[in-house]
Each structure stands twice: as structure tokens, then as C-alpha cells.
Design a protein around this ligand. Sequence first.
Ligand SMILES: C[S@@+](CC[C@H](N)C(=O)[O-])C[C@H]1O[C@@H](n2cnc3c(N)ncnc32)[C@H](O)[C@@H]1O
Length: 217
Amino acid sequence: MRPDAAAFIRANTTIATPPLIPEIRLHLATEITPIWQASEDALARANVPPPFWAFPWAGGQALARYVLDNPAVVAGRRVLDFGSGSGLVAIAASQMGAAQIVAAEIDDVAAAAIALNAALNGVAVAIETADLIGTAAGRWDVVLVGDMCYEQPLAARLTAWLRALAGMGVTVLLGDPGRSYVPTSGLVAQARYEVATSLELEDRTSRDGIVWRVESE
Ligand SMILES: C[S@@+](CC[C@H](N)C(=O)[O-])C[C@H]1O[C@@H](n2cnc3c(N)ncnc32)[C@H](O)[C@@H]1O
């Protein structure tokens, strides 16, 4: 984990709750442009990934809400939160009694944010920074994916992997607010939530967050 990341996160965020998830507190940014610029300056390098970890994305909020309202989905099970960002979904699964919870996140600043946010909520979350796409099934009973269909190559790789996991008996749930590259078939709606969003981040004041179960095809 980057030694400078935790200090950067504390200095550039406030502790707040996502609109749909009043139970969970996170280190969040209020506006995107200042923290984006600050992360490039303070973390000092070009090619710093966008600070996705500083926002609770609409798809992740819908999925976290679903987990909190339906604890049986995760209770006693080995759970992966893939593309964890702030750690919101992983924290919800941990609070609802997951037997194991791993947050997978390739951005090491996000990994630091997940650790801070888990501690803030008094839960333990293991963090995996390797890219797990393609990893064989067997390690998880449930895979949770919040708002990951925003980029075509990533969504294509991810969808193929999620379908393969579903075919091997893993429960795969995808929270999505209508992103461009969400699969158009092989999804079964489980729940739908109106999620308040900021105009700056989403160009609209709310999004329809749907929790989908991903089928094998
Ligand atoms: C739009 S954010 C969603 C974060 C969170 N799930 C939520 O809904 O608030 C997408 C996150 O996925 C992470 N990500 C992208 N590709 C990944 C990969 N191959 N493995 C793990 N994380 C990945 C990004 O770093 C980013 O934090």
C-alpha cells in the first residue's frame, strides 16, 4: 500500500454517508475536479488513476442497499467485492455477516481508502490488488460487482468472467445504473433503487440503480 495515500485521503475528503446508505460512513469527496487535480499533484505522478474511490457510485449504492436489505445473500458465505472503489459494498457485506470478505481493487490509493473506510465502520475487509479477472472459481460463493460497466474493454472481459463464475455455481450480483456497456442479455433483475447523484458526476440528479443477477449465458 502507498505510504502517502492514507494522508492524502484524510486531507482531501470529508466523512459522509452515501445518499442511499445512511448506515455506512466513508471518506468522500464533495466535488470531482479538485480531488482529481489534487491526486495528480499530491500523489505526484502522471497517470494516477481517477479517484473513483472518493465517490459512492450509483451502481455500488444500489448493490450495497440490496445486501443490507437482504442479508441472507451474504451471511455465512465467502464474498468478493470486485472493483471495490471506496469499499462500500464490501463493508455492507461484512456488516451483514459474510464469512469472508475480500475487496478486489487494482488502484493502490483506493486500497488505502478501503482500509480506512473499513476501520471507520469497525469491520475487517481483506484487500486484493491483483487483477482477478479470469481467476478460477472455488474461492467465493458470492461475487458482488458495483458499477463496473463504464468502459468497453473492461466490461467485456469482466462479463465473460462473471458468466463463467455463474456457470460454476457462484452467485454473481451486478449493481448498475444504466452504464453504456452493461450486458444486454443474461441478467435477471433483483431490485431497483432511485439513487440521488450529483450533477457534476453524473450530469443528472438521480439514476435508476438496478441490481442484476448475472446468469451463465
Ligand atoms: C466506478 S468505480 C466503482 C467502485 C465501487 N464498486 C462503487 O460502486 O462505488 C470502478 C472501480 O473498479 C476498479 N477496477 C477497475 N478495473 C479493475 C480490476 N481489473 N480489478 C479490480 N478493480 C478494478 C477501479 O480502480 C475503480 O475503483
